[in-house]
Ligand binder design. Structure first.
Ligand SMILES: Cc1cc2nc3c(=O)[nH]c(=O)nc-3n(C[C@H](O)[C@H](O)[C@H](O)COP(=O)(O)O)c2cc1C
Ligand code: SF4
Length: 487
């Protein structure tokens, strides 16, 4: 599909036209004509399941800002972002943002870290969020706050923005090339993996002591936890069979259960994926990347470097193994799962559907609504198979003005248990709260998927909504981003 064919959702006048547009694309995305308000709104319904109590169905996805201090503590920018997370009115804060369990596993030199010297800072983030949340909703009853624990694995850059220091589990035919890794580049040893698992235990213990309700053992977006799941070609205890590829998760969970028994555990999972994409060189120029095309995978079939990927046609997903994975979560007593897709590094159109590509991306190879429908559809199918797991859905920000209508319908029709917001929180945190309160939606605050929040960190700058949030728009940072984009 060419870029010209993509209809800008900001120009779609009303819900009826939006539904017609979905129909013309042949997509099934639930969408309500009218928004319900107050206690009648599905967005406002509490969720109670066993010892899990969440006061409404609005979730804030983890959103990293690349703005912590070099020692892994939050900065004033970080605190501002968490305050806005609280202002969203969402009762489930899924992890806040990726927090590295060690310095070596940081995705950038400004990523937050869980360590003895950052405890106070992390505690302040939580307290600020709760304070602001009370101002929006009147109470912190039913508020559940997690911390997303991560090791960045292949995407580690702990010491300098321009210096990748990858920690890989296996050699990948396409992703190694992108990082310029030679065949003899060392993979993490089993002993190194065990040390990483210990770091997860230590970080979880800290989260528990600080009063966080749960930790997310991150298994998405190409970072270490996710890379384990596709380590088909790795030899030894952590690779090959499904049992070995999930050993990391099991060992992390086992340790946490023994040292922090009251702490809940959740998992964010890239349940679907594809072969990496890159801009079509035939359609790219210095100023503009072409449409995304898959890496030439014909000589790599059956494809052995993915999870949730069809081995014979790796541009397509396959839910077979993700279903086994969710069955394992159930067995381990993990009740909350946040479904996402792919990776922002190698297939951003799958992961965060957008009209405008980030600086290291490509023009959308399909209407971004197709990408939204794919994530929503995968989540719906998994929810059907695992009715007692609590599912958070992802990829809604591209829906823009129609996000509340789709979120309400998805909840009402049981596609998902809770709706998560990523980019929209950076620009308009209260969107779903306003919708459920029956307030007029402020159209000028709606995220139009310009992708500057992804481009900025790619250029070594803090993330944030540069085009729409006056904090960035009117600052020196905006000038720096404009200059950086030219180079
Ligand atoms: C700037 C930025 C930072 C992000 N940081 C994280 C993160 O730390 N952890 C994570 O799991 N996902 C992260 N994501 C992905 C989002 O949580 C979300 O999955 C994605 O933006 C798609 O949801 P949306 O359509 O509502 O934006 C980030 C996304 C953006 C744009
Ligand atoms: S920079 Fe702002 S408008 Fe653009 S995608 Fe990010 S949040 Fe949305």
């Amino acid at each position: 599909m060419s870029q010209k064919a993509i209809l800008r959702l900001g120009t779609v006048k009303n819900v009826a036209s939006f539904k017609e547009h979905l129909h013309s694309l042949g997509l099934t995305i639930p969408c309500d004509d009218e928004l319900l308000k107050g206690p009648a709104s599905p967005l406002r319904q509490p969720l109670v399941s066993g010892d899990i109590k969440i006061g409404n169905r609005i979730v804030v996805h983890p959103m990293e800002g690349w703005d912590g201090s070099p020692d892994g503590n939050p900065s004033e920018n970080t605190i501002r972002r968490w305050r806005r997370f609280g202002r969203s009115g969402g009762k489930l804060i899924w992890g806040g943002e990726a927090v590295a369990v060690s310095h070596e596993g940081r995705a950038n030199p400004n990523q937050l870290m869980a360590a003895a010297h950052t405890q106070e800072g992390l505690s302040r983030l939580r307290a600020t969020l709760i304070e602001e949340h009370r101002l929006t909703t009147g109470t912190d009853d039913g508020l559940s706050i997690g911390l997303q624990l991560t090791d960045s694995g292949r995407y580690s850059r702990p010491n300098a923005h321009g210096r990748p220091e990858p920690r890989i589990l296996y050699h990948h035919p396409f992703l190694d090339r992108r990082l310029g890794l030679p065949a003899e580049f060392p993979v993490l040893t089993d002993a190194e993996i065990e040390a990483i698992i210990d770091n997860f235990h230590r970080a979880a213990m800290m989260a528990w002591k600080l009063g966080f309700d749960f930790v997310d053992i991150k298994h998405c977006h190409g970072y270490l936890g996710h890379e384990f799941l596709s380590a088909h070609t790795r030899v030894g205890r952590y690779g090959g069979s499904f049992e070995n590829r999930t050993r990391f998760l099991r060992e992390v969970v086992q340790g946490i259960r023994s040292i922090a028994p009251g702490l809940k555990i959740a998992v964010r999972l890239s349940a679907i994926d594809s072969v990496p994409f890159h801009p079509d060189p035939a359609k790219s120029s210095n100023e503009k990347p072409g449409e995304g095309i898959p890496e030439p995978y014909e000589n790599e079939i059956p494809y052995r470097w993915g999870f949730g990927v069809n081995r014979l046609e790796p541009t397509e997903s396959d839910l077979n193994e993700p279903v086994h994975f969710l069955a394992l979560l159930e067995k381990l007593g993990i009740r909350m799962v946040n479904i996402t897709a792919g990776s922002p590094y190698y297939n951003p159109h799958l992961q965060r559907p957008a009209l405008y590509p980030p600086s290291d991306g490509y023009l959308p190879p399909e209407d971004p609504l197709v990408s939204v429908a794919r994530q929503m559809g995968a989540t719906q199918r998994l929810k059907q198979q695992f009715p007692s797991l609590i599912f958070v859905g992802t990829g809604y920000s591209y829906l823009q003005d129609f996000l509340p209508h789709v979120a309400q319908a998805a909840l009402r029709e049981g596609w998902v248990d809770l709706v998560g917001l990523g980019r929209m929180v950076l620009t308009y945190p209260e969107l779903l709260w306003d919708a459920a309160e029956g307030r007029t939606i402020e159209r000028k605050r709606i995220c139009r998927t310009f992708s500057d929040c992804t481009t900025a960190p790619r250029k070594g700058l803090p993330s944030g909504c540069y085009p729409l949030d006056s904090f960035y728009k009117d600052s020196e940072l905006m000038t720096q981003l404009t200059l950086a984009k030219k180079h």
